[in-house]
Design a protein around this ligand. Sequence first.
Ligand SMILES: [Zn+2]
Length: 282
Amino acid sequence: MDGFTNALVLNNVDADAGDHEDFETKLESMLQVKRVSQITFLHSEALDRVPRIAHAFSTRRAERNEFTLGAASGNPVVQMNRIRFLSAIGTAGWPLLKLKQTHSAIVSDMESTLAATEPVEADAAVTRLQGAVLGIQTADCVPILVADSEARAVAAIHAGWRGTAARIAESTVSRLFSDFGIDPKDLTVSIGPHIGVCCYEVGEEVVEAIADPAAFERREEWPRAHLNLAQANRRQLLNAGLRDQQIEISSLCTQCREDLFYSYRRDGEKAGRMLSVIGIVS
Ligand SMILES: [Zn+2]
């Protein structure tokens, strides 16, 4: 039913896309679709309520249905797309702190803007820097954005099945506490668009690695288990001391919603990348 509701709202977005006006549309209780300067992105209502936090989840949609923000392709258009995206979401000119993502459990504490020129090998980052954004690239994996209620620090996490198995979300919450003294109870978390349980069939090696039966769904019509990445990460966040009301979960599936997202499972090696960013306003 969620998919149906979302489709209706996004049809409205489609219908309005030609008038070049900035607008925002409510997508569901949690994520809002916005279009600014012809660039469509998603905003978290929960993160919007935290003062002095800038954030967004990108989509593939701009003038055309092609707006990759991934560097892996070596596409010179990517640099320009990133500049346009940061400008559309209100962070024009902010350094974009980049990660060299390897599906690891590494959490980097970004104390300078060096990562804007030389990506740091990690799959999550925390920072107290103001006027800079952390960026995570995905095309099915979960982007998770985290903010402290006082805007003392933010975090961004890339969690595919390997990162989830390595409990990277839990480690990131621990780092916010150990590095900055931030209580998990003061955090707001948005789990962004990712491949849904509808499409994410996995092998038994994944079931074993994640070691949390509640993160999987099995149905008669499915030959193998399906992984619910959002649930798996939600359960880690609860384990790390958060409560459910602090965690917002996107129900949009990157593989089902070809109109909005890139999907590695659907598109293979040629898949573009979405960028999810968060930063503190100085
Ligand atoms: Zn799906």
